[in-house]
Write a protein that binds this ligand. Sequence first.
Ligand code: ZN
Ligand code: ZN
Ligand code: FE
Length: 760
Amino acid sequence: MSGAVVSAPPRRRVRLRVEGTVQGVGFRPHVHRLAGELCLAGWVRNDHRGVIAEVEGDPLAVESFLRRVSDDAPPLARIERVLVVDAAATGEAGFVITESESGGGADTFVAPDAATCQDCLRELADPADRRFRYPFVNCTNCGPRYTIVRGVPYDRPLTTMAAFAMCPACQAEYDDPRDRRFHAQPNACPACGPRARLLDAEGREVPGVDDAIAATAAALGRGAIVAVKGLGGYHLACRAADAHAVGELRSRKHREDRPFALLTADLTGARALVHLSGAAEALLLAPERPIVLAPRRDGSAVADAVAPGHPELGVMLAYTPLHHLLAGDVGDPLVFTSANVSDEPIAYRDEEALRRLGSIADLFLVHDRPIHTRVDDSVVRPGMILRRSRGHVPRALVLPVPTERHLLACGAELKSTFCLARQERAWLSHHVGDLKNVETLTSYGEGVELLARLFAVVPEVVAHDLHPDYLSTRFALGREGVQTLAVGHHHAHLAACLAEHGETGSAVGAIFDGAGLGPDGTVWGGELLAGSLASYERAGHLWPVRLPGGDRAVRQPWRMACAWLVAALGEPPALPATMAGGVAPQAWRGVSEMVRTGLSSPLTTSAGRLFDAVAALCGLRTEVTYEGQAAIELEAACDPTERGAYELPVEGGVLDARALVRAVVRDIEAGTAPGVVAARFHHGFADATVVACTQAAHERGLGTAVLSGGAFQNRRLLARTAAGLSRAGLRVLVPERLPANDGAIAYGQAAVAAASLAIT
Ligand code: ZN
Ligand code: ZN
Ligand code: FE
């Protein structure tokens, strides 16, 4: 035997590419730390498609590295895919972060804005820290992203932090791969970064203030209404328990009934206001920090005018250091509502905010870090998103059918968003608002340009709604040198839900909403569709009635009550006693006549308008101040102990709700409580939907049902319909990551366009 040969331990080297949202979120330091811990050699850098790295060392350590690189990823990273190939070991020692490849940007994703992390909060509260009470503390794990970015690559010069030169201490953190602030683009401190100031309603700095936030808190305590510049725009704030201040805010804002959101410093504060499930608490604490809707607690310290008539309150936790300081200093819940006058977009530019909010706010808490894109707060319930905006945007969605050609989808009109797409990725924009005026359209157009730049989308095909008068449609048709594609409103709703679930096959869909133009020129909104991403047919619909006065019927549910009574009873109805206080007899006669003759009264199959009619018949409300208000109140009114359901026959796919309306009238005349009528109505409507969907599915051999459209934000309707369909053996798909309302139309249009183009 020869002497023992001491062989070198085997080494393995791998090259890995990580794709997704992995830049500007501390991913390279994470790789660096992990390699150090596992005694691996190699390097890591950013390139135009994400992060690329090579590691070498003990095979077991490499194995462990490959697992933990994803499992222990930084909180804001969203890994889409990790590609690993083996490479020849080189025997190199040490691990380095190397320079990024230049000229990139195309496939690297700007992250959404994220709530202040625990580490930053500790510094904020530590009197010994150089960032003690600094309202702009942030790091690679938290802080502003999308709202401050002006272009790619995502680097400080292309953010609204460009004007702030880092001090030596901040620069050292920024340059140190082991530091939490390594390449944190918004990095700042009191010596070099943005600062907060308190202004009066004329825009003059309030004299003698050295801590603007403490001074604001004191003013709020005295009952002031303050416009607060935040992350994605301005909010209007006052103490939620201060009935006088809340009432004053409501009257100055000219926004009669829409509920105000609330801000608390922490979970304890939120728990005192609303009942929170575990899922709701997790949503409150998530880095997206949305407004979470939850049942209000009896006796919670909130003025009635915060959310008149609502069984729920919308609560969010502080998500910027400025909010944390302010909410902490005030010590109890704040009204924190988007600072807009009625239908205008949220204010976000300083001069504009002063001009528009000067008559509402007593004071302005401002700062000098510009907001590049205005982004509203997102709104959720457990399992349901009602507005997908701050914290979510611009995270990429997947298109189940990839598109070779770059797409822009322009969305609808209300709760407007747009969507850009290429290959298998789609970027749905922030909530732009109701696209009904020039300010909103301008902000929409700027948003399209920014997102197109950030994600290197050069639209070749532009999808739009069928409605020729939507400003989004006109925007689409005004683009030069592109192919345009009209997508039916309710098909887009169906497609959005299918695509969200990665479904490329066919399904039946009950698509219930307020209104969308159908291909037959009537106003659709209670539709039974059968189809896929690429095509659909109308399998049925709600019984059509008149929409007396068009848009006026949306604001005045009593008009829909009249239309349904004429349809159900076949004669000009007498004004029901339950509505007598809210409608002039002469107006009632006039509308009856419009319904009978059809003058200025298009036909509609809208489900939303049927809910309005029943709410009016129940005496809940004859007029609304925002869309969906009557339906929300009808749902809230339901008697939870009632088990009955009205009969609603389905024939040939048509849901004949005339019988149901007759039953409503009979019950009301017999003195049945509105809560009982409301419950029986919800049950009857859900049960008929189950019957109609099941029939349509069986006739076509389909096994999947989709429930979408804004009317399915109604949980009572959704839960009972979904349960019934499941019992009937159908697989039920409902919107989860996207709203059921028109906020998802643009994504649906993109999915339809991609699928249609793939066929032709
Ligand atoms: Zn942080
Ligand atoms: Zn500094
Ligand atoms: Fe819709």
